[in-house]
Design a protein around this ligand. Structure first.
Ligand code: 3HC
Length: 288
């Protein structure tokens, strides 16, 4: 079935690493795109990082300077949700991973966005059913889960909740494809969806092998890369994702399943307590 709703303007809420790259991805695909964040400073940082990113893409010949210019011309930044939401056809919320914050955003979007607009969350831990009611339009709500680094990773998980309409699913899949992504449909909300469950299983095994003294972290990472052709080893990947995020996903999964096997890993939690969050803080499993 072809989606009936053409997407003409995209709104991304949250100017962190994920939100800002989602917005640039949309702008590169030709969508006028607004990035909204409560922090002016965060928006300034995001704008500068996106400029840097496209400069690198142009320098390496991956992007024509003209295309970069066109994408930046399609991007704008705002702190004022009331002003920007009424123009959006497709909203992707990538704000802080807290249910109270997301509920408040979806309630505002329900009042502010045009009646036909789809409201998606990029959350990896909060299924859209948790915010659908607040929006007042549950059929038009789903997860649209991107992967880090968004500009590079092809996968987008489109996760429907029990009340997501087929039209919303079709529009979300078509929209993700129009961004040059390879979306997959997740038919029901399970903690971690599919990708983070697969990633978590490898991480759990890697942590157990390290704790058991079976091999060093470097050799476990090397094995994943040279024996399995993973682009990164599990410890390198934890550092890329952020150890705080890895710990948070484990906490959320454990809270949802109650399964002791899903309990957060003590060595990851200890690194987080020590301020070692991975690449973004300069150290995690490795030093950067
Ligand atoms: N942002 C944007 N682009 C980036 C980037 C970043 N942070 N880091 C690297 N890239 C780009 C580079 O510019 C380069 O682009 P080019 O080929 O067009 O020039 C390309 O990625 C390759 O980069 P490098 O040559 O520097 O390095 P690698 O070849 O080692 O690739 C990688 C880096 C793409 C990160 C690769 O190692 C990889 O795919 N790793 C696995 C990442 C992964 O599994 N992500 C999923 C995490 S789970 C998640 O996000 C879910 C969430 O809920 C936790």
């Amino acid at each position: 079935m072809q989606p009936r709703t053409p997407v003409t303007r995209v709104l991304v809420i949250g100017a962190g690493a994920m939100g800002s790259q989602i917005a640039l991805t949309a702008a590169l695909a030709g969508y006028p795109t607004t990035v909204q964040d409560v922090s002016e400073c965060q928006l300034d940082d995001a704008a500068a990082q996106l400029r840097d990113r496209t400069d690198k893409m142009v320098a390496s010949g991956k992007l024509a300077a003209e295309q970069a210019g066109q994408a930046h011309a399609l991007l704008d930044f705002s702190t004022d949700l009331d002003a920007v939401a009424p123009a959006a056809d497709f909203v992707i919320e990538a704000a802080t991973e807290r249910l109270d914050i997301k509920e408040a955003i979806f309630a505002r979007l329900g009042r502010l966005a045009p009646p036909h607009a789809i409201l998606a969350t990029n959350s990896s831990t909060i299924g859209s059913s948790a915010v659908a009611g607040a929006s007042g339009r549950p059929g038009q709500v789903c997860n649209l889960h991107f992967f880090n680094p968004v500009l590079v990773m092809e996968c987008v998980e489109v996760v429907r909740h029990a009340g997501t309409s087929q039209e919303t699913v079709d529009t979300a899949l078509a929209f993700a494809r129009s961004l040059g992504k390879a979306p997959v449909l997740i038919n029901r909300e399970v903690p971690g969806f599919v990708a983070n469950r697969l990633m978590g299983a490898v991480q759990k095994e890697a942590l157990a092998l390290l704790a058991g003294g079976v091999a060093s972290m470097e050799d476990i990472d090397a094995t994943a890369k040279t024996a399995l052709r993973h682009p990164m080893g599990p410890f390198e990947l934890m550092d890329l994702v952020g150890l705080d995020v890895v710990d948070y996903i484990a906490q959320a999964t454990h809270a949802a399943t109650g399964d002791p096997a899903d309990a957060p890993d003590a060595s990851v939690a200890a690194l987080v307590r020590a301020g070692k969050l991975g690449r973004k803080s300069g150290a995690g499993w490795y030093s950067y």
